[in-house]
Design a protein around this ligand. Structure first.
Ligand code: TXA
Ligand code: MG
Length: 353
């Protein structure tokens, strides 16, 4: 299949192009589109056959449910059985934005979207181009991240094309995504509400609204004490080479973990390995020659490191190495989301010394 590709303005996209994209969605076909978090792979969220095509194009396991994207708060009421009163102020504050709520679904939501669960995930994105597409389509748009299953989410249209060219009808390009990590998923179907996936709306931000939230385990895949988003059980976001993660400790352990990473990297080089590093700008300055380096951002700017992570991981698609060493960040604010993704990208995690 030929994949049509259009550049659009992120706030005021060309109405002609948006109409063409909306027609494709209404015909039950697939359009990859930008949001403020990552690029999504969109289909008509009320059409089970169209939703099935998303799973096919991504190679996604069918037990992993999708998020429905809406352009207007009122649309939520049609998709869920009820919106609890305590949630209203949160929606007023964090919508539109990188915030997804999970609630018991109404009858119009197909099983293909929810993977047969009683609940549905819904998000109102803030990027103008995303909302224009949803409005033009006139239906909720089901959209996972527009990557092949298991790969890092795309934060640019080039990354979408690398995974999806020839598999979908259209790609809309509005440049790099601002947040760069997927939305926060909050299960609102039980008390206390539980963060199933950390993202752009942080635990600290939710708690500042005087909402008690529970977090579904720490960042690691295997330490969940409560059920999490079905998608979070899979190894994810993984670059081609094995990735070894060096989490930061606290106090003096922060510098220790950098030293540990340096020592492992020098050992790898001396064994004749092609060594890669996914690190902060600060640590990159200390690395020896011969290392293939992808910088995710500066330690001084957590939002920048979050936005840079997936491109740093994808850099190794075109710069192959034998092993990648990744520097962790502090698990606070958006850093929690970044570490959550790094744990899932990692094939092994170094113990803090
Ligand atoms: O930022 C985002 O959320 C992006 C953009 C495109 O909006 N979308 C995205 O979708 O990341 P996806 O499919 O890659 O991740 C959706 C996550 C998965 O971990 C899935 O298991 C979880 O949300 N999820 C969806 N429906 C759920 C439900 N009913 N209950 C629990 N978890 C659910
Ligand atoms: Mg995804």
């Amino acid at each position: 299949m030929k994949t049509l590709y259009y550049k659009i303005d992120r706030d005021y996209p060309d109405p002609q192009i948006m109409k063409a994209a909306a027609d494709i969605i209404r015909q039950g076909k697939l359009v990859a589109f930008p949001t403020e978090t990552v690029y999504g792979l969109g289909a008509n969220g009320l059409d089970a056959a169209a939703v099935g095509r998303i799973f096919q194009a991504k190679g996604r396991p069918s037990d992993n449910p999708l998020i429905l994207h809406i352009a207007d708060r009122q649309e939520l009421d049609k998709l869920v059985t009820a919106v609890p009163g305590w949630l209203d102020p949160l929606l007023a504050k964090f919508w539109p934005g990188p915030f997804t709520v999970v609630l018991p679904h109404s009858k119009i939501v197909p099983d293909a979207v929810t993977a047969g669960l009683d609940t549905v995930a819904v998000r109102l994105p803030s990027l103008g181009a995303a909302r224009e597409l949803i409005l033009a389509a006139g239906v909720p748009i089901a959209a996972p991240s527009a990557n092949l299953s298991g790969r890092p989410s795309p934060t640019t249209a080039e990354a979408v094309m690398a995974d999806m060219e020839g598999r979908i009808e259209m790609v809309l390009d509005a440049g790099p995504c601002d947040v760069g990590l997927e939305s926060t998923v909050l299960d609102c179907s039980a008390q206390p509400p539980t963060i199933l996936r950390p993202g752009g709306v942080t635990q600290e931000m939710l708690e500042s609204c005087l909402i008690q939230v529970r977090s579904a385990g720490r960042s690691k895949v295997d330490d969940a004490a409560v059920p999490r988003a079905p998608g979070m059980k899979y190894r994810h976001y993984a670059p081609a080479a094995p990735l070894v993660l060096f989490p930061v400790g606290s106090g003096s352990a922060v510098t220790n973990s950098s030293d540990q990473l340096l020592a492992a990297l020098i050992a790898g080089i001396s064994e004749g390995k092609a060594v890669g590093a996914v690190v902060s700008a600060e640590l990159a300055e200390r690395l020896p020659p011969g290392v293939t380096i992808a910088v995710y951002g500066s330690r001084k700017c957590p939002a920048e490191t979050a936005a840079g992570l997936y491109e740093a991981l994808r850099f190794f698609d075109t710069h192959p190495v034998d092993v990648i060493f990744a520097e962790g960040v502090r698990e606070e604010g958006i850093g929690r989301a970044l570490m959550n993704r790094l744990y899932k990208a990692a094939s092994s995690v170094e113990k803090e010394s």
